[in-house]
Design a protein around this ligand. Structure first.
Ligand SMILES: Nc1nc2c(ncn2[C@@H]2O[C@H](COP(=O)(O)OP(=O)(O)OP(=O)(O)O)[C@@H](O)[C@H]2O)c(=O)[nH]1
Ligand SMILES: [Mg+2]
Length: 249
């Protein structure tokens, strides 16, 4: 349970918001003020990224959906043409940062020490550490959020593109059950497509459900294991990085 966003409290549910006493009311007010402080810092992150022509991409998914593995493949494929920086969000350990560094990208691990999502001030701090490590700015900044399909969707970090991932073993009923992640994202990546023969996962149904929540979603179906669909994903990153550069010049 996260002791920052208060997701352990029953008052957290937006549809069933119960403000029955003073302490509940205080909780709601603290949450609102946390969110507005987060948004203020996120806007300043965004300004900083824009000034330096950096495309920032926030990846959100449940634990183990394949975020780091997709980043590893992306770094392998694009590192010679695009400068890549990574902020790795986890509750504990340096493991994911070590994995992406081993593939040749600069990376800073952000450990939240308990919080189940990243917030803009930690991203701000982490990005300055990354700038130092890189002695400059990346073309693209990937921010891998803490594995969680709920709370990260409520915290804008200053990103230009938000990507939600669902892996085949998680099941195709997820968009409607976790709607905010889909409503606030720009891209939906279905991962581990190599496992489709072994799971009851209906790709067309999940696409349809996700698009009914957010018709603007761009959808990719990929396997980081076999490489299926990855070229489309890489081309998307190439195109968005070029677009960002063109806006900055
Ligand atoms: N079969 C298969 N396994 C995959 C694929 N992508 C990732 N995996 C495996 O899934 C497991 C979790 O992958 P990660 O990339 O660490 O997942 P993550 O989303 O970064 O996990 P957290 O950072 O803990 O939230 C690992 O054992 C990967 O090898 C894929 O495309 N196919
Ligand atoms: Mg990871």
């Amino acid at each position: 349970m996260c002791d920052v966003c208060g997701c352990g409290n029953h008052e957290h549910s937006e549809n069933n918001l119960v403000v029955s006493d003073d302490s509940a009311r205080k909780n709601v007010e603290i949450k609102k003020s946390l969110l507005s402080e987060n948004d203020r810092v996120a806007e300043s992150n965004r300004k900083h990224f824009d000034e330096h022509g950096i495309l920032a991409i926030n990846l959100i998914s449940s634990p183990g959906s394949g975020k780091t593995t997709l980043l590893e493949r992306t770094i392998e494929a694009l590192k010679d043409e695009i400068s890549i920086g990574v902020l790795e969000g986890d509750i504990e350990t340096e493991r994911d940062a070590e994995r992406v560094r081993a593939k040749g990208a600069a990376a800073v691990q952000l450990t939240t020490g308990g919080a189940c999502h990243l917030e803009a001030p930690l991203v701000h701090k982490g990005f300055h550490a990354l700038e130092k490590q890189m002695r400059g700015y990346p073309d693209v900044l990937f921010i891998e959020n803490v594995g969680n399909l709920v709370c990260p969707s409520s915290f804008y970090l200053g990103e230009h593109i938000r990507v939600v991932l669902i892996s085949v073993p998680e099941g195709s009923d997820k968009p409607a059950k976790y709607p905010k992640a889909f409503k606030t994202s720009d891209v939906f990546v279905i991962t581990k497509s190599d496992l489709l023969p072994f799971f009851d996962f209906d790709v067309e149904k999940v696409k349809e459900e996700a698009l009914s929540l957010n018709p603007n979603l761009k959808i990719f179906v990929v396997s980081s294991k076999t490489g299926e669909g990855l070229e489309d994903w890489f081309n998307f990153i190439r195109k968005e990085v070029s677009r960002k550069k063109a806006q900055t010049v």
